[in-house]
Write a protein that binds this ligand. Structure first.
Ligand SMILES: C[S@@+](CC[C@H](N)C(=O)[O-])C[C@H]1O[C@@H](n2cnc3c(N)ncnc32)[C@H](O)[C@@H]1O
Length: 377
């Protein structure tokens, strides 16, 4: 394969640097915008090419030494070679770029990205794989296992659980999710401090004295339970039966949790949710809030249509994938005005980004005043 000299123009969502060679985009991992590199083209497609870094010819002032010995081979982290402030700038740019390019938004109401107080030792769970005595993570872009003794972005307690697992004789092949002893057994946000900030931000965006909250993809009720005092009725939907069982464990009378698929539940009219929504519609003042926190695939067309039909005054969209968020907001913005977009760095050193979008129904103001978020430092 051939060697090329490239000037890195940007870092794309997913973590790879982008350069141009004879007009074609070339993606190179582990580089930084502004750097000049020599790279080997390893895959060539019609529209783009992929390359591996061979030599740094001009390195960025934002280049730092990675803390992890597996960095560059392990598929988990993409940005340990980049100073934290610059990681934040890259993520902020990736979110606004996706909203402009895919969401076709001209004026994106972006708020500054919220940093993580911890840049390492923040993950409260990891899933490792064991095969033939090797315990660790998959190599980047492959299913080849790397033996990992310690993961520096994870909490000490998680690393202790890893050491214990590695010490087991006759370990069966398979996946193991490791958490602190007190951790929930179902989906939970991975960075406790940033998750707390996200939950506070959501609470600030939701006005008090409302009738109904529908928390879609509610997990064990992370958002719903923090908002109970603002609603007469709370309905959570998630297809994970164990998460729903955890949500039900300490539920009050106003909470109902449904184990089911979000699209089917939102489009049924013969059940509790249909009845609740119909009651609100008939009432003189509607006050419904919907939260969606979907997996990376985002919302289906059916869910977007169901949300449009339910016409909540407030729609909170928590996303872990800016491109699918942008696609969904493009479709929703006819009916909903986008008030703010706040990226959060839930996953330092990795290419992942969490984004909070606050939408209001375009006719909402005739029903309910907007919440006035507390000013934040
Ligand atoms: C990103 S997590 C959010 C969990 C929760 N909001 C929290 O903060 O803990 C996504 C959740 O969506 C659920 N899920 C994914 N696809 C679903 C679907 N089609 N219908 C219902 N739940 C789904 C998963 O079980 C998971 O709990």
């Amino acid at each position: 394969m051939r060697l090329v000299d490239l000037k890195i123009e940007d870092v794309a969502f997913g973590g790879k640097g982008v350069a141009r060679e004879q007009g074609k985009a070339v993606f190179v991992p582990y580089v930084i915008d502004g750097e000049v590199v020599s790279a080997e083209i390893v895959r060539e497609k019609k529209q783009f090419a992929e390359a591996e870094l061979v030599e740094l010819k001009q390195s960025s002032a934002d280049r730092v030494t990675p803390e992890c010995p597996y960095f560059g081979r392990c598929g988990g982290c993409a940005y340990q070679h980049i100073a934290y402030e610059h990681q934040l700038a890259i993520k902020q740019r990736q979110v606004s770029g996706a909203l402009q390019r895919i969401g076709k938004m001209n004026d994106v109401p972006m708020r500054p990205i919220i940093p993580s107080p911890k840049q390492y030792e923040y993950r409260n769970r990891i899933t490792v794989h064991a095969e033939g005595g090797v315990v660790g993570f998959f190599r980047r872009d492959s299913h080849q296992l790397i033996d990992v003794e310690r993961c520096p972005i994870s909490l000490d307690e998680v690393n202790r659980a890893l050491a214990k697992l590695r010490g087991q004789k006759h370990l069966q092949n398979g996946h193991y999710t490791l958490r602190p002893a007190s951790g929930l057994r179902v989906f939970s946000q991975v960075n406790d401090e940033v998750a707390q900030t996200l939950r506070d931000l959501v609470a600030d965006l939701v006005a008090p004295n409302q009738q109904l909250l529908i928390d879609c993809y509610c997990g064990a009720g992370f958002f719903a339970k923090a908002l109970l005092d603002k609603f007469e009725r709370v309905i959570g939907i998630d297809w994970d039966r164990y998460a729903i069982a955890a949500a039900k464990e300490n539920a009050t009378q106003k909470e109902t949790y449904i184990a089911g698929d979000v699209e089917s539940e939102l489009t049924r009219s013969d059940d509790l949710l249909g009845a609740e929504v119909e009651t609100r519609r008939l009432g003189s003042r509607r006050s419904v809030t919907i939260i969606v926190d979907p997996p990376a695939t985002g919302l289906t067309e059916g869910i977007r249509n169901a949300i449009t039909n339910l016409a909540p005054e407030t729609l909170i969209y928590v996303s872990c994938n800016p491109p699918t968020l942008a696609r969904d907001l493009k479709e929703l913005q006819n009916r909903f005005a986008i008030h703010s977009i706040t990226p959060l760095d839930m996953f330092p050193q990795t290419a992942e980004i969490e984004v909070l979008a606050h939408l209001r129904h375009r006719q909402a103001d005739q029903y309910l005043p907007a919440a006035s978020p507390k000013p934040r430092e």
